[in-house]
Every structure is written in structure tokens, then in C-alpha cells.
Write a protein that binds this ligand. Sequence first.
Ligand code: ZN
Ligand code: ZN
Length: 384
Amino acid sequence: MKKILLFRHESWIEAPHLTDLLSKFEIPYEVIKIDQEDTIPSDINNEIGGLVFLGGTMSVNDPIPWIQNELDLIRLAHQKNIPILGHCLGSQLISKALGGKVAPMKQKEIGWHSIDFCKNEKAKEWQGKIPNHTKILVWHHDEFTIPKGASSLYTTSNCKNQAFVKDNIIATVAHIEVSNTMLKSWLNIYGYDIEPNGNSMQTIEQIKNNMQSKMQKMHFMTDTFYLKWLKFIYNQDSEPKLLKKIQSYLKSGSCLCGNITFSLKNPRNVVNCHCEECRKFHGNYAAFTKAKQEDIYIFSEEQIKWYQLKTDQAKRGFCKNCGSSLFWKPNDNSGICVSASALDTPTELKTTSHIYTNNASDFYKINDNLEKYPATMKNTNPIK
Ligand SMILES: [Zn+2]
Ligand SMILES: [Zn+2]
């Protein structure tokens, strides 16, 4: 399998969300540590699938020798049609290498800022199901121009040129690769760079506020971009099995009226629950898939009405507007069951078992060959 090269410029600016994803897919990668004077390759051999350029506190216009070498490498990759990805300094390097200009902004932009996707065809294609006004984490002093032939992807109110795509290249000045832990360490190491101005620069407290939730929503965007980018490298001819994994990694769904949309990673196969609560809530037995709490992104959460049943150690969520029954969320936050029928097709899921069969209603028979449990699956054996 072809490997991905990541160019790291400072030891504390890595790409945890990307490397986690690569590890999940067992995609090999190598980090070229510029901060430890690793050599930048002057050629790109057949073992290399894509190049990733990470952030750094230097400017692409600084007289640093390795910057020229990276610019040359980006141009060579572009010539050879090798997919390229860049964040922050990395995006500015890509812009400059492809003929764009990079210059200091009037004001730095630091914090969580809401984005508006551009209306061009390429932006629509990359946006996919990412909601407009998703908040991204930015921390930059310089701004790039969109290189000739590239398409602007989205904007923020303080910075028009936030991100661009061109063929198999995506560049975002935003740190969509960051993790909670890494961002907290940046605030410790480099927090002195923040001069809050009530507009383009937030306070450290504002950046930390609700960080996990903002991070999770941004990572839906990150995953959408990364999965699309990886498909330029691993295709039906070269890695059919991996391609299938990439394609089925993120599933999306919605309520009937569309006010609530959601996306989940690695959903479990479907279990039919025949308990009375499920039957009354869903109008029939419930067909549930499930995902870990951190693997589900629910958009427009304020559109959900949560109903807490006294006998049930969980809340049930439905759409305030159209009444679609969508979620069963245990109080221990161990995961969320999601109505499998609310997923967009193809779901590529299978129904594997029935639970609470003792509580099934009398107007139907459960006569398939799936496993049947009289109550929960825990500590019980299925009835043959
Ligand atoms: Zn609805
Ligand atoms: Zn149930």
C-alpha cells in the first residue's frame, strides 16, 4: 500500500485527527520532522501516495532554506498528479507553490469562527453534508490568495480566503487536524500570541468554552474532507478493500422534515427491539443501529425534543417539528442508539438479532432465523 508523507515543522504542531484516521484504516505514513532537520526528499517515488503539509509559526516568506525545498516538492507533486493536503502554514505553502501570494493580515484570526461555503461547483462537491456555519479553529497571521485554477471552498467574516481545492489538492488555513489535547497545549505554549479584540481574536476562555462539542462538529467536516482526499490515493484498482472501508466509514441520516441531520462513524449492525417502550415510541418494534457517543455528530440539536422515561435509564429523542423518532440515549453516555430507518440508503448494514422478544405485540410473529433474546443481550443466550 502506498504511504503518506507528513511534513511537520514544529514538534508541537502535529495532525492527531489525521494520523488517528490513517491508523484506523491501517494506512502507512511517515512524518518528516523538519524541526529535527530531517531531509526533504527531492523526488517522489512510486511508494508515496500523498503529501501533507502541517502548520508552523514561521511565514512562508521567511528566508528559511527548507521552505524553498518544500515549495519545489509541492510543485513536483502537482506535476506528477500526487494528492496534496495542507493546514495553516501548509496551506500557505501550497498556495505559494501554485502561484498564489501570501501576506500578513491586518489582524490575526484566532479562535472558533463560523464558515460560509462558497457557491461554486467544486465547493458544493467538497461540502457534501457539512452544514454551513460549522465552526472551525483558526490561528493564523497570514492570508493566502487562491491560486489560478483553484476554487475557493469557504469563507469566514474575517478572512475571505480560508481554503481552496484544486483537482486532488485541498488546503485549509484552519487547524481542522487539531485534537482537544493538542489545542489545550497550544493555548499553554503559545497563548501569549492571542490579543483578544472581540472580533477576529477570541479570549482563551472563549476558545476553551464548549471545546469538545465544537471540536466534534468540526471533525465531521475534517473527516468528510479527509475521506474524499484519501479516495484520490486509494481507488478501486489499487486498494478495493480499503476503498470500501473509506466509503462506509461515515453514514448520514435525517428526520422526515430534514431539520435534524446527523452522521455517525462505524455504526453497529441493526438490532430489533420489541420492548413496549420502543413499540410505543416508534409505532412498531425499533430497528436500532448504535454508535459511540464520540462517533456521532448531530446537527441542529436544538431541534430535538428529549423525552425521559422514569423506568428507562435513557432519553428518547425525536424531531420537534415532524415527530420522527430518532435516538435512544442511555444516561451513562455509553453510546447512542439510532433509528436505522432514519439513515440514508444504502446503509450497508444488516439486521442481526431481536431483543425483548417476550414483550413483542400479538399482531405479528418473529419468524426469521435471526438470534432472538427474550430480554437484553447482556448475560443471556439467544433462543433457538
Ligand atoms: Zn423533522
Ligand atoms: Zn426497546
